[in-house]
Each structure stands twice: as structure tokens, then as C-alpha cells.
Write a protein that binds this ligand. Structure first.
Ligand code: ZN
Ligand code: MN
Length: 273
């Protein structure tokens, strides 16, 4: 049986062996949110999970089950809560979920954890959850637990963005359900993408403020905020390469992993910073 990087596929003795070897753990945090008429509601789950799977394979890591719900979709970054199917948590609830998972992983011996966010609106509630989890861990007397928290899309190189957007990158916020997410989903789950349904009612033109309630027509009716035309699995692969290389580099640097450690156990707790 091929060894899985997914925690949910391990038995408890296998999990324990991973923690004893001080394997780095990954916690993807997603959302269940509209992504236009051409992409599934689970894009923000599929993408960070796929990134973590690839990174974990390179560093001998373990991927904890992805949190499938996220903080409320905002009109200017995800289309907002009004789209059918967008199902979200209060910020407090998400923070509590993150806190509890971080705490229990550390309690069971995880000492190096990367929390990998896949949904823009999750950022601060996840920061809060990690902070509350860390406080509990310290009260438990565990002093050598290190957590990285990151957004996978921040690991795209400038050159790749220039290749993808010869007319200029519109910005991560507007990229919702657009070229980046569509290309990555074409790479990971092509059977879930219907390129014939890519809309052309964008790009959104938002003011520099929020308004509640949202006026009709504020968000493009399709829920796609920029352009998805021209998306391809090949472009998704360029992005994935950047995400994986960049996050592997960060994890190795912060967790003190050597390249030779990829794929097998290590006993270097003392080198963790
Ligand atoms: Zn998304
Ligand atoms: Mn999202």
C-alpha cells in the first residue's frame, strides 16, 4: 500500500510514528462558496488541499483534514453571502475551530504546523485561532511548537504573473473564480470545470469601500469578479509549481528541514526554530 500524506488515511500508530519523527503537519483552511457558473462550490477546499498534498510529499509531511467552511464571503472579494450555496461560519466560530485543531495536534505531538489558507476572508479569523491555540499550548507547558500561517497564492513569482497577465495583474481580491482559480481547478479537478459556462460580465468595478446592504448590480451577476477566459491546466501548473516551490522553501527554512529529509523520517526536533 502506497503511503498516504493524508492524516485521515493513517491509523493512530502511523500518526504517532509521524509525530515521533517530527514530521511537519499541514492544515488547509477552505470555504464553501460560489465560484461562478463554471466552477464548483468547493474550489477553496480543492486548491489549498492540492497544494498541501504536493508540499507534504516533498518534505515528508502530513496533511490534516481540510476545514471545509470559511469566514463569510465578502462582496468585493468573493461575491458575498447572497449566492445560493455559499455557506459560511461566523468569524468567532472559525477561530474556535482553528484553535481546537491547533491545540489537539500539538497535544498529540505535532511540533511543526503550517496552516495554509485557501479563502481570502479567512485570514484574520485564522490568525485569531492560531493565537488562541498557541496560548493554550503554552499553558499546557509545550514550548517548542511552531506554527506558520500563510496564503498559498502569495507564493506566485512576479515572472509567472507577468506571463499570465501581459496587460497587468488585476490583484488577488478580484481574482475570485477568475484566471488563477479556474486554471488551478482545471489542473486538479478538470471534470468539475465547465469552460463553456465561463461568463463575460466582469471585471467587477468596485469602490474602495463596503456598503451594507449591498445594492443590486454591485457584484457581477455571475459571481466571477475578473476574467476567467484563457484559463488552462497548463497555466494552473505554472501556478502550482510556484506555490509548491515557495512553500517548500519556507517550510524547510522555518522548520530546519534538510532536502535529504524529503519523503522519510527525521529526528531533528532540536533544529526546529
Ligand atoms: Zn476561491
Ligand atoms: Mn474564497
Amino acid at each position: 500500500m502506497a503511503e498516504s500524506v493524508f492524516m485521515a488515511d493513517l491509523t493512530w500508530p502511523e500518526f504517532e510514528a509521524k509525530t515521533k519523527a517530527n514530521a511537519p503537519f499541514f492544515l488547509p483552511v477552505g470555504a464553501t462558496e460560489q465560484h461562478g457558473p463554471h466552477l464548483p462550490l468547493g474550489v477553496d477546499v480543492i486548491l489549498p488541499t492540492g497544494v498541501c498534498e504536493r508540499v507534504a510529499k516533498k518534505v515528508g509531511g502530513v496533511v490534516a483534514p481540510t476545514i471545509p467552511y470559511g469566514y463569510k464571503s465578502q462582496p468585493r472579494t468573493g461575491g458575498g453571502q447572497a449566492f445560493p450555496g455559499t455557506t459560511s461560519l461566523n468569524a468567532h466560530t472559525l477561530s474556535m475551530v482553528v484553535r481546537d485543531i491547533v491545540h489537539d495536534l500539538a497535544l498529540h505531538g505535532v511540533r511543526r504546523l503550517a496552516v495554509v489558507n485557501g479563502h481570502f476572508e479567512n485570514s484574520w479569523p485564522v490568525v485569531e485561532g492560531v493565537d488562541l491555540g498557541m496560548r493554550e499550548i503554552r499553558r499546557d507547558g509545550i514550548a517548542d511548537f511552531v506554527v506558520l500561517r500563510l496564503e498559498y497564492w502569495d507564493f506566485v513569482r512576479r515572472e509567472t504573473l507577468d506571463r499570465l497577465f501581459p496587460e497587468g495583474f488585476p490583484g488577488t481580491e478580484l481574482e475570485h473564480a477568475s484566471l488563477l482559480e479556474t486554471s488551478l481547478t482545471l489542473l486538479l479537478r478538470p471534470e468539475l470545470v465547465d469552460m463553456r459556462k465561463v461568463p463575460s460580465d466582469g471585471p467587477a468595478k468596485f469602490p474602495t469601500y463596503d456598503r451594507t446592504p449591498v445594492k443590486p448590480g454591485f457584484v457581477p451577476a455571475s459571481g466571477v469578479l475578473a476574467r476567467a477566459q484563457g484559463s488552462s491546466a497548463e497555466k494552473g501548473q505554472w501556478l502550482m509549481n510556484d506555490h509548491v516551490e515557495g512553500i517548500v522553501r519556507a517550510v524547510r527554512a522555518e522548520f530546519g528541514l534538510l532536502e535529504s529529509e524529503a519523503g522519510h523520517g527525521y529526528d531533528n526536533r532540536a533544529r526546529a526554530v
